[in-house]
Design a protein around this ligand. Sequence first.
Ligand code: CP3
Length: 340
Amino acid sequence: MNKIFIDACQGKDVPYSPVWMMRQAGRYLPEYRAVRKDAGDFLSLCKNPKLASDVTLQPIDILDVDAAIMFSDILVVPLELGMKLDFIPNVGPVFSDPIKSIKDIQDFDPVKCANNLSYVYDMLKITRDRLDDSKALIGFCGAPWTLVTYMIEGTGSKTYANVKKLIYTNPEFIHSLLKVLTESLKLYLEKQILSGADAVMIFDSWASALEKDTYLEFGWKYIQEISTYIKSKYPHIPIIAFPKGVSGYLEEIDGDFDVFGVDWSTPIDLAHKKLGSKYVLQGNLEPTRLYSKDAIKEGVEKIKKVMQNKRHIFNLGHGILPDVPVENAKYFVKLVQDKL
Ligand code: CP3
């Protein structure tokens, strides 16, 4: 059966722009909080294929979105390269032993890392079996640059001073780390595809932390390398790239991918003008609009006016926030699907 999401990724005509939300499987859903409690904590949930599959399917059952995104986190890759990772409630992810020098990465092995992530592949297999044929299953990874920021800063950062200092004082070291990650991510995405992912998305949440030329060299280049590898082997699998915060140089964004994820700070008409004929666009409702139905309606109408249901996938411009009313998330999805 045709999946409207995959058709849209491939630029085909579809009855409406398919819709899903970044972080759609998450804390705003009471059903998610219940499963996380059963699992014990967030990482145990990520490592439990059956429970992670249950959570992946919740937004399909509750909101009727057009695609499920596998439940996991971008940081399981550094975890399986051998770093110690904790998710601390109300703080977020913490690497207690962040990377300082080349000797900290000597034992990183991309093949071992990709093999260690078998719990993700098991979850994808179960989920693809349980998911209706009309719905797509999205796999994902973090981009090398965003992963490096966490691996060196140890946690979320306001200035990225440690990792940026290394970019300008020891660029070879940062490139060595980016290369190990790039090799790991190629294998990781490939194994996700072989386990049932119908499309894959690459999240570069902290692209905005770098100036243009530095981002192109330390960030975008590695996304291009991963996309080219996947496209050359799996040309039918759509790739979504989401470099957040590059609106100042959209015309320089180029690569072997199908869908460009537009973040909320990028005007959709600008993205449409600069990239709309080259890539299908995904996005970009401002996530806090979900606090008000009027704001949702206004935001959706603005986007529809520019995109005209062509070469477009509806999404938020970043992840859904934990205190958004489920009712409003449902309203957003139904409004886009013309089911109100
Ligand atoms: O989108 C989905 O529903 C699939 C699951 C998913 C999660 N994280 C689950 C999660 C995805 C695609 C991610 C991606 C991710 N993780 C990114 C890139 C996208 C973005 O938001 O920019 C980043 C930077 C991370 C790292 C991360 N994981 C942070 C900073 C945090 C803590 C802050 C926060 O939002 O809670 C997490 C934890 C996390 N990842 C949660 C979930 C559902 C919350 C954990 C909990 O249940 O307490």
